[in-house]
Design a protein around this ligand. Structure first.
Ligand SMILES: Nc1ncnc2c1ncn2[C@@H]1O[C@H](COP(=O)(O)OP(=O)(O)O)[C@@H](O)[C@H]1O
Ligand SMILES: [Mg+2]
Length: 280
C-alpha cells in the first residue's frame, strides 16, 4: 500500500483550508439585451483543485469560464479573484492563418518575453521537444494543443483554464493530453478548471465535476455526478460503457464545495478505495 492516499487526504484538507483562487456568487451573464445565458452561478475553486465543467453545446460553458476570468461582465452577482492571480488560459478556438509566418518559439513569446532555454524546456515539458523552429501552421492538432498548453504554462499559472482543449483529438490523444495535464498539475501544483465533452476521460481526473445547463444542474465528485439524476437527464444513459471507465475508487474523502450539498442526499458514500482505478 503506497502513501498516496494519505498524501491525497492531506492535500484535500490543505485545499479546503486555503482561500479560493476564484469565487463567484449568484452570477448571471447576458449578452446584450438577450435573456441571460447563465444565471445564479455560485462557484469557487481552491489551489490545486481539478474542476471539470460539462454540459451540452450552448449550455454556457465557455461563457462560464469567461465570466469567472472577468472577460465578460456579470449582469448580476459578483466574481472575486485572488489578488494578482496568475491564469493560464487555453481558449476553445484559436484560428491562425496557416500561411502566417509565425514560429512556435515566436508564438510562445507573444504574451511574455522568454529566454531560449525556457522555450525549449516548456516544449519538452508538454511532450513536443524540438518544435521551436516550426511554423504554427504546419503543426498537427495534437501538437498545436500542446503548444497552446505550453504558452499557458509560460506564466507559471496558479490556475490553468482549459476550454475543450482536446477538441479534434482522437481517443488516445485525448487520454494522453489529460495525463499530461494531471502530471503538470502534480508538478507545479496549479488548479485546473477545464471544460469538456470528453466525459469519461476527464471525469476520472477531476476532484469535482460541475454539470452546467444555463445554471448549475448538479456538482460533486465524478462518482456522485455520474449517478445524479440531473446529469443522467442531460447526457442520457448512452454513457453506460464509459461509466465503467470513470468509476475509479478512492479511499479518501473529497472535500466538497458549498454548492453541492444537495448531492450528498443521493446516498453516495464519499469513502471508497483508490487501488488501481485509473487506467494509465
Ligand atoms: N459573444 C456572444 N454574443 C452573443 N451570444 C453569445 C456570445 N457567446 C456565446 N453566446 C451565446 O451564449 C450561449 C452559450 O454559449 P457558450 O458559452 O459558448 O456555450 P458552450 O461553451 O457551452 O457551447 C449560446 O446560446 C451562444 O450562442
Ligand atoms: Mg464552448
Amino acid at each position: 500500500m503506497s502513501a498516496a492516499p494519505a498524501v491525497a487526504a492531506r492535500d484535500a484538507v490543505a485545499r479546503a483550508e486555503a482561500e479560493p483562487l476564484i469565487r463567484a456568487e449568484g452570477v448571471s451573464v447576458a449578452y446584450g439585451k438577450a435573456q441571460p445565458v447563465l444565471s445564479g452561478i455560485d462557484f469557487e475553486i481552491r489551489p490545486g483543485e481539478i474542476v471539470t465543467v460539462v454540459g451540452p453545446n450552448g449550455s454556457g460553458k465557455s461563457t462560464f469560464l469567461r465570466a469567472v476570468l472577468g472577460m465578460v461582465g456579470a449582469s448580476a452577482g459578483r466574481v472575486w479573484r485572488a489578488p494578482k492571480l496568475r491564469v493560464g488560459y487555453v481558449p476553445q478556438r484559436l484560428h491562425l492563418d496557416p500561411n502566417l509566418p509565425l514560429t512556435v518559439a515566436r508564438f510562445l513569446r507573444l504574451l511574455q518575453p522568454l529566454p531560449d532555454a525556457e522555450v525549449l524546456s516548456l516544449l519538452a515539458r508538454v511532450g513536443v521537444p524540438g518544435l521551436e523552429g516550426r511554423s504554427m501552421g504546419t503543426l498537427s492538432g495534437g501538437q498545436f494543443q500542446r503548444v497552446l498548453l505550453a504558452q499557458a504554462l509560460a506564466g507559471r499559472p496558479q490556475i490553468l483554464v482549459l476550454d475543450e482543449p482536446t477538441q479534434g483529438l482522437d481517443q488516445s490523444g485525448i487520454a494522453a493530453f489529460y495525463r499530461l495535464i494531471e502530471a503538470v498539475r502534480r508538478e507545479i501544483g496549479c488548479a485546473v478548471l477545464s471544460v469538456s465533452h470528453d466525459l469519461h476521460v476527464v471525469m476520472s481526473a477531476s476532484d469535482r465535476v460541475i454539470c452546467l445547463n444555463g445554471h448549475i444542474c448538479c456538482q460533486g465528485t465524478p462518482h456522485v455526478v455520474s449517478n445524479a439524476p440531473e446529469y443522467r437527464a442531460l447526457f442520457g444513459l448512452g454513457t453506460q460503457g464509459a461509466l465503467a471507465l470513470y468509476q475509479h475508487n478512492h479511499d479518501h474523502n473529497h472535500e466538497h464545495g458549498p454548492g453541492d450539498d444537495h448531492l450528498s442526499d443521493h446516498g453516495q458514500s464519499p469513502t471508497h478505495s483508490h487501488e488501481g482505478g485509473h487506467d494509465r
